[in-house]
Design a protein around this ligand. Structure first.
Ligand SMILES: [Zn+2]
Length: 318
């Protein structure tokens, strides 16, 4: 999806809320007026006064205009008094906007409002991220007892490290490379980090390397070379690349991957990569420059043990 359609979707959502807020304000006003005879009468007189004021303004009748304005002030005074008696103030009938700066217009002083930019970013991140089970993959749900005794202490250290990494999250920081075979908890721990980091209000993109790169490639060769997904991958606060090594390999994808990893290192944006490949296998699959970039600046966590998903089913860690 191109940036323009994120903008259009975000703008549509914001302005729909504006209409809703205005409609609700109108309904609150009508209900209040209908509840009091004095308010109904004054409301009719205020409408009549507004109409006559417009007519006097058009016919440039200064004398009449002055009289009508005085009448309006007097009517408003009575109206406010009647409102107060009924337990309201005029403020009760003002629309309640999500964004007071632009009043849910999306634009403010002719500029794109931060609320529009934030929503656009959120939509881009949501669209890009794979659906992931954040509720079940938490730190609390992680149990080192499922690991064989000889690696439990090491896994406990990894677990503690990930928890510290996630909270408080450092926006400028280093990445993590999680190596180890399938079913040893790499995805669980990276999702636990994602959940905690999101709770602190940061943007997190999570996805398999294959899916994310495929999207970048599609956009590169369509949309006139639009690079919106790439922009989101480079700018999000935390990027989690799952399953490195299972993706389709091509010169374009390898260079996109290098670009993502290298740019994020240069801008000090943290990335977490998980892979079933060993360092040696990574070295033979990817160019030296990718592997040396990762090894040189990421914290390496080696996951060991036996497939936890199987152990959980049989119920025996030994
Ligand atoms: Zn705004």
């Amino acid at each position: 999806m191109s940036q323009n359609s994120y903008r259009a979707r975000a703008l549509a959502q914001i302005q729909a809320h504006r209409r809703q807020a205005q409609e609700q304000a109108k309904q609150r006003y009508q209900a209040a007026v209908a509840s009091s005879e004095v308010l109904s009468r004054l409301s009719v007189e205020l409408s009549r006064n507004a109409l006559q004021t417009a007519q006097a303004a058009m016919s440039a009748n200064a004398q009449k205009l002055g009289d009508l304005r005085k009448e309006n002030a007097a009517l408003l005074q009575k109206f406010d008094a009647a409102l107060a008696k009924a337990g309201y103030t005029r403020k009760d009938f003002e629309p309640v906007y999500h964004c007071p700066a632009c009043e849910d217009n999306g634009y403010f002083n002719g500029m794109v409002c931060t609320c529009l930019r934030d929503l656009e970013k959120k939509l881009a991140v949501e669209t890009l991220s794979d659906r992931f089970p954040l509720q079940t993959c938490t730190f609390d749900a992680f149990c080192v007892d499922y690991y064989p005794k000889d690696v439990r202490a090491k896994m406990q250290k990894h677990f503690d490290f990930c928890r510290r990494y996630a909270e408080p999250f450092e926006r400028r920081g280093y990445g993590i490379l999680m190596c180890g075979e399938t079913g040893l908890g790499k995805t669980h721990l990276s999702l636990a980090i994602a959940g905690k980091v999101m709770q602190q209000g940061y943007t997190v993109v999570y996805g398999s390397v294959g899916n994310l790169l495929a999207r970048v490639e599609r956009e590169h060769f369509s949309n006139g070379g639009s690079l919106d997904s790439m922009e989101t991958l480079l700018s999000c606060d935390l990027l989690i690349l799952d399953d490195l090594g299972t993706e389709f390999s091509s010169a374009f994808l390898n260079s996109a991957l290098y670009n993502i990893i290298n740019s994020r290192i240069l801008s000090e944006k943290p990335t977490i990569i998980s892979t079933n490949l060993s360092l040696q296998e990574l070295g033979s699959r990817y160019s030296d420059r990718i592997v040396s970039r990762i090894v040189g600046s990421y914290e390496l966590l080696q996951f060991e043990g036996r497939d936890i998903r199987i152990l959980k089913k049989t119920g025996s860690p030994e």
